[in-house]
Design a protein. Structure first.
Length: 489
């Protein structure tokens, strides 16, 4: 019997549904994370531009983005809370033994969620009700609150990858916990900055993509030019930085988690002058089929020398490393992430060259088609990054200290599969509702723009300046009042 088949046969029945449920909810939540972490900063950049240049278009964009920010934050709180509960419900073995060591990260994230909710409410309420400068200054803590939430979650995850800050007693229980060492583990810095820049990059391309599609459909007004240029410029500037950070974190994995690195690069035996495989499939006997083989490249990328020794999967027993299937999954996820990142670098260079030479946006339809695809592509890259991180760590839930099978709940597998099905239905409803709300906002904004373009007066406050008194509400049967209230940002 192959080792991987034996490991699957001896795993608890509830392990597969628990992992699938966690993977689904995490993958769903990640779709919202870039906007939650980075959209406040992008919105404030546009807000600042509007105030500095007395630009009504920029202020209108910032105001509308703040509405989107609030809607996605509300949904993100729901999906993020589900994940927090799942740690305790699906993995009680880990939380029961290790919660005192790394649980501080979840506490920080919870406080950040509350703080960000209050700040978003104040920022939304401040349009037209506060002085422009005061309103902007009250919005400045928003990006810091978003980064604080990312700090908490990345502290917990980096600890799971490189656990530190504790000792084990005779019974194997953690004692003498050092909170600072548990937070600032060897992988925390590389993971945190790689993640934060990825969120900024992804959110920038996602927002810009909306206006790229508008341009492709013939909307070439200043509203769409500005809505595209600001977020795309932010994303284009940080894209090369992310490429460097990605190389740095891969090198950190090489030194701190060599077996995970071996899985991500499908290296079977420890050796020097190791080739790099672009895609390809690892088999249980160590052979590799498919893919593109580049001689010496893996050793060179790991240590800048073809003589660099790369640790292989067989350096540890079979029950302490990913299976051949898991290694292949991690490898493909890593390669897809790098491929998308490389394409985004080329797109950013295209944009930068045109701007430096002509001081204008590109005119090519292929550029805007690529820009429209950049947002979804960046989301796929983020998903692949988490897949490589989590699958490459298998079979450990706490690296080299606790296996996933030891942490899983004892709940019957049938109940977990039923829960998984219900979660899918609920999440389809949640994300469907999110899409419906965003489409409703788009329709309302387009109607307001059309009314303003034709010179007609509308009850919708979108036609007003973001600051100053509101337009007069017509007297009558009360319908005007109801309309005014429903249209508040």
């Amino acid at each position: 019997m192959h080792t991987s088949v034996h490991l699957l046969a001896t795993a608890p029945d509830q392990l597969l549904p628990a992992r699938e449920l966690m993977a689904f909810t995490l993958a769903s939540h990640i779709i919202l994370v870039p906007l939650g972490v980075a959209l406040p900063l992008i919105t404030l950049v546009m807000h600042y531009r509007g105030l500095r240049h007395k630009d009504a278009t920029a202020l209108l964009l910032a105001r509308r983005w703040s509405a989107v920010m609030a809607v996605q934050f509300a949904v993100g709180v729901v999906t993020g809370t589900v994940l927090s509960f799942e740690f305790g419900l699906l993995w009680p073995g880990m939380m029961g033994r290790w919660g005192d060591v790394f649980g501080i990260g979840f506490g920080v994230e919870a406080w950040a969620f509350f703080l960000e909710a209050v700040l978003i409410a104040i920022y939304l309420y401040g349009w037209r009700r506060l002085k422009p400068r005061t309103h902007f200054l009250l919005g400045l803590p928003l990006p810091a609150a978003a980064l604080l939430g990312a700090f908490g979650i990345l502290a917990a995850n980096s600890w799971m990858n490189t656990p530190r800050g504790f000792s084990l007693d005779a019974g194997g229980k953690p004692v003498d916990v050092n909170i600072w060492k548990a937070i600032f583990t060897p992988m925390f810095g590389p993971q945190y900055w790689h993640f934060v820049v990825a969120m900024l990059l992804t959110a920038g391309y996602m927002v810009a993509g909306v206006y790229a599609v508008g341009r492709l459909r013939g909307r070439r007004d200043r509203y769409h030019r500005l809505g595209f240029a600001v977020p795309f410029t932010i994303a284009a500037v940080v894209t090369p930085v992310q490429f460097v950070l990605g190389d740095s974190i891969a090198r950190s994995v090489f030194h701190k988690q060599p077996v995970k690195f071996a899985a991500m690069e499908i290296v079977w035996k420890t050796d020097t002058r190791v080739p790099e495989y672009l895609f390809g499939r690892l088999h249980t006997d160590g052979s590799i089929s498919g893919g593109i083989r580049v001689p010496l490249l893996d050793s060179f990328l790991a240590g800048f020398s073809a003589d660099t020794e790369v640790v292989g999967l067989t350096s540890v027993p079979a029950d302490q490393r990913p299976t051949a299937v898991q290694a292949t999954i991690a490898h493909w996820a890593f390669d897809i992430m790098v491929l998308i990142g490389s394409a985004l670098v080329l797109l950013a260079l295209w944009y930068g060259l045109v701007w430096l030479r002509h001081r204008r946006l590109p005119d090519s339809k292929w550029f805007y088609r690529s820009a429209a695809c950049a947002g979804p592509g960046a989301v796929v890259a983020v998903e692949c990054g988490w897949v490589a991180t989590e699958v490459g760590r298998q079979p450990w839930i706490v690296y080299q200290n606790m296996r996933v099978a030891e942490a899983v709940t004892s709940t019957h597998s049938t109940a977990l599969w039923t829960m998984f099905g219900l979660v899918i239905v609920v999440y389809l409803f949640i994300f469907g509702s999110l899409l419906a709300v965003l489409l409703k906002l788009r329709t309302r904004w387009r109607l307001a723009d059309a009314q303003q373009a034709t010179g007609r007066t509308a009850d919708d406050p979108e036609t007003d300046s973001p600051y100053g008194p509101r337009a007069a509400v017509p007297a009558g049967d009360g319908s005007g009042v109801a309309s005014s209230r429903s249209d508040r940002p």
